[in-house]
Design a protein. Structure first.
Length: 299
């Protein structure tokens, strides 16, 4: 089923509201770890009744075979819709066409089209000579040649490479004009950033596709500080100070659930089409967060 349609038919109830809940996974590095994912993790995640699961795409397409296989297996084994990420980084046009052809042959219906980050050690993104320079180029190409439902990313605090957040929000609007049917956000921890971005896109740019907050319940101090530094998101001072009080990861994990529960409550009060949880191939925090929000899945 096309994910754009899933956002029009939300079936999960959180705090009395119907929303579309989804999870993001990353491809394990080995066959053994992939089997463990399907044997131990995915049955638990599926029990939380997500509308769909998305599977990330390694730098330069390094996991493309596994990404596509996992996305296809999720649909086949669990009957849950899936979405494969595709990025421009380090890939020629012919390579991307091959990936999209394979996704189509596997019966996948949904693609998250991303530019991707520069490879490690490379200070800025450099497209392949015959590749795509921007996510908008990739989106436009997919919509012109394939029938996938296409999503893209947006950045409530603005992308770190953009001159300012408003120019980056304009770029998000350009992704929609190119054919993106929904946008999923980078992680953030201040609901005001999401609200300001959405209000700008709705009122100033006439964007009316689902604008879905991406939520990361962090697992350790080192992890969340590294993630926010890499993606240019801010970690509020109050959260930073509280993190320094913890000496072990389980306390940090529980605090991450607490922080994201409050964040999601604010977002639900504002009105959102869904929640996309970056679960990092773990179950505990996703389950606890949704339980705190009064998870109910309608028939």
């Amino acid at each position: 089923m096309r994910i754009a349609e899933l956002y029009r038919q939300p079936k999960t109830i959180l705090r009395g509201q119907r929303v579309t809940v989804s999870f993001e996974l990353f491809p394990p590095k080995t066959d053994e770890a992939e089997e463990a994912l399907f044997r131990e993790i995915l049955p638990q995640l599926v029990s939380l009744r997500p509308a769909f699961l998305s599977v990330t795409y390694g730098a330069g397409g390094g996991t493309r075979e596994r990404t596509l296989r996992i996305a296809a297996r999720i649909r086949q084994q669990f009957g849950v819709e899936s979405m494969a990420h595709v990025t421009c980084t380090g890939q020629t046009r012919s390579t991307i066409i091959s990936v999209l052809d394979q996704a189509q042959a596997l019966g996948l219906e949904n693609i998250l089209a991303l530019r991707g980050d520069p490879p490690r050690g490379q200070p800025e993104f450099v497209p392949q000579p015959d590749g795509f320079a921007h996510a908008t180029d990739l989106i436009r190409f997919i919509r012109s040649h394939y029938s996938f439902s296409v999503g893209a990313a947006f950045y409530p605090e603005g992308h770190q490479e953009a001159p300012n957040k408003f120019r980056d929000w304009d770029y998000a609007a350009e992704k929609v004009a190119a054919g993106a049917e929904f946008l999923i956000s980078q992680l953030f921890y201040d609901a005001r950033d999401y609200v300001e971005c959405v209000e700008y896109l709705r009122s100033k740019r006439g964007v009316h596709v689902p604008l879905v907050p991406g939520i990361l319940p962090f697992l350790s101090k080192e992890q969340i500080r590294r993630f926010t530094t890499l993606c240019g998101a801010k970690l509020p001072d109050a959260i930073n100070r509280r993190l320094d009080e913890f000496s072990e990861d389980e306390s940090v994990r529980r605090y991450g659930v607490e922080v994201c529960t409050r964040l999601c409550e604010e977002l639900l009060a504002y009105g959102i089409p869904g929640l996309h949880l970056y679960c990092l191939n773990r179950v505990e925090s996703a389950r606890e967060l949704l339980t705190n929000l009064g998870l109910k899945a309608s028939s």
